[in-house]
Design a protein around this ligand. Structure first.
Ligand code: GLC
Length: 460
């Protein structure tokens, strides 16, 4: 081989091997144990705050108002021109989240209307060009981190504002006529939009320190819709994992066919009947829920859940092995409204005395049957069982099958002892019989003055 050929061979070999290395670096693989370890904080913390905030807070009629009311872009611009949240103080938000017991937060960096909350260099449609004139995200992450709260970013795959986002069956709001749509789409180039998303994701995942959760929203594959090919979801997921290897990604990029493109599933605004499964296996899940139905601030919505409902929702979620991401839609002045504050306060009051039945807890093993009108959670580390009593019974609470398995029982909120027994009593005044292997707890007649009283059982 002469020198020229040798040089060529070396160049060729280097190209091939660096390519190989590159593609290896791009492939994400980990064992189940590694994944469980990566997600450990998340499965432990259980409770997060979702925040939907953008210029849709001004109309205050749902974050989809632009589409629902078919508002032309030129008209929607008035909200951009008047966005000035002068009372924005993320320290106040973070303190409220912390007090409510929330351990992580997920903020909408860009929602479907395309408006961006940070000083991105890839569009002018951003907060720094509104009257407010300042980036919202850096102070936000600083304030929440200072409270020890982990940071998640929501990013909308859908974009009603980007000139190259192709019209489809649902987005953006115009035009609805398929022929017209085709004509319009001829002027749009999704390659440009795909690159835009990558550029923005890179900004979000490099300019704000460690990002713990990524909530991409959302896919609607099939005829006239958009799925992973339209977004290049694999490219987005790879980029995210490359930039922030510890990040936990939701399942809305239409990557169900991969085992690396998503980490958890996202049932929204309903309570699954049981721990959700994929291919027969229980998977990590996080349900996102609203206070009132809308995610963005909605002044005139009157379907607010009560504090009690929300507390039960949190307990029920954990009792089925899931996480709850509970949403607040701040106003256009930059504060949480009274109805939200009242609920966060109420949840915080309950959490102060009962968070032990939430953090680190999960669904109780099948051998522990749920007593009537109760919800169970279980901490596998401490081996304690938590009975959340939704309806306070009169004196006796029967626990099937727990005979000889209990070491000690107390009310969680005040650590006061609860006596228990397994004997059978009968006589002229009582026929209380405990079935074989059952335990009967003797509860005080007066219901503890807490939203949902909890009994803590130290198992043997
Ligand atoms: C839906 C909605 C959206 C909201 C999200 C929260 O996908 O499009 O408005 O942000 O759910 O999970």
């Amino acid at each position: 081989m002469n020198t020229k050929k040798m040089i060529l061979a070396v160049v060729f070999f280097t190209m091939v091997s660096s390519n190989l290395l590159f593609s290896q670096r791009q492939t994400w693989s980990e064992t189940k144990e590694q994944k469980a370890q990566r997600m450990e904080w998340w499965t432990n913390d259980r409770f997060g705050m979702f925040i939907h905030w953008g210029i849709y807070a001004l109309p205050a009629r749902h974050e989809w108002v632009q589409l629902y009311e078919k508002i032309p872009a030129a008209e929607y611009k008035k909200y951009f021109d008047h966005f000035n949240p002068d009372l924005y103080d993320p320290k106040e938000w973070a303190a409220k989240a912390k007090k409510a017991g929330m351990k992580y937060v997920v903020l909408t960096t860009k929602h479907h209307d395309g408006f961006c909350l940070w000083d991105t260099q890839y569009t002018d449609y951003k907060v720094t060009n509104t009257p407010y004139g300042k980036d919202l995200i850096k102070p936000f992450v600083d304030a929440f981190r200072a409270e020890g709260i982990r940071i998640g970013f929501y990013y909308s795959l859908i974009d009603w504002h980007h000139p190259h986002f192709a019209f489809d069956r649902g987005h953006p709001p115009v035009p609805t006529d398929p022929e017209e749509r085709k004509k319009e789409n001829a002027k749009r180039d999704m390659n440009i939009y795909r690159q835009y998303m990558k550029d923005q994701l890179r900004e979000l995942l490099t300019q704000f320190g460690q990002i713990d959760e990524l909530f991409m929203d959302f896919s609607y594959p099939g005829e006239g819709g958009k799925g992973h090919k339209d977004w290049d979801s694999e490219g987005l997921a790879r980029l995210a994992r490359e930039l922030q290897p510890q990040i936990i990604i939701n399942n809305r990029m239409d990557l169900d066919h991969t085992d690396w493109g998503w980490d958890y599933i996202t049932p929204e605004q309903f309570m699954p009947q049981e721990w959700p499964t994929v291919n027969g296996e229980r998977v990590p899940w996080e349900t996102c829920q609203t206070f009132s139905g809308s995610w963005g601030y909605y002044r005139d919505q009157y379907t607010w859940k009560s504090t009690h409902q929300l507390i039960v929702m949190l307990i029920e979620t954990v009792s089925k092995g899931g996480n709850l991401l509970l949403n607040v839609g701040p106003t256009a002045r930059g504060v949480f409204d009274d109805r939200a504050n009242e609920r966060l306060d109420g949840i915080g009051k309950w959490m102060r005395f009962h968070d032990r039945s939430i953090y680190g807890c999960t669904q109780a093993p099948d051998e522990y049957q749920t007593p009537q009108n109760c919800l169970l959670t279980y901490n596998p580390e401490t081996h304690r069982l938590y009975i959340h009593v939704l309806e306070w019974p009169f004196k006796s609470l029967h626990l099937p099958g727990l005979k000889d398995k209990i070491e000690y029982v107390q009310l969680l909120h005040d650590a006061s002892e609860i006596k228990f027994h397994s004997r059978t009593q009968s006589g002229s005044h009582t026929v209380e019989t405990s079935r074989e292997n059952d335990v009967i707890l003797t509860l005080p007649v007066e219901r503890p003055n807490h939203d949902v009283p909890v009994i803590e059982i130290f198992l043997k």
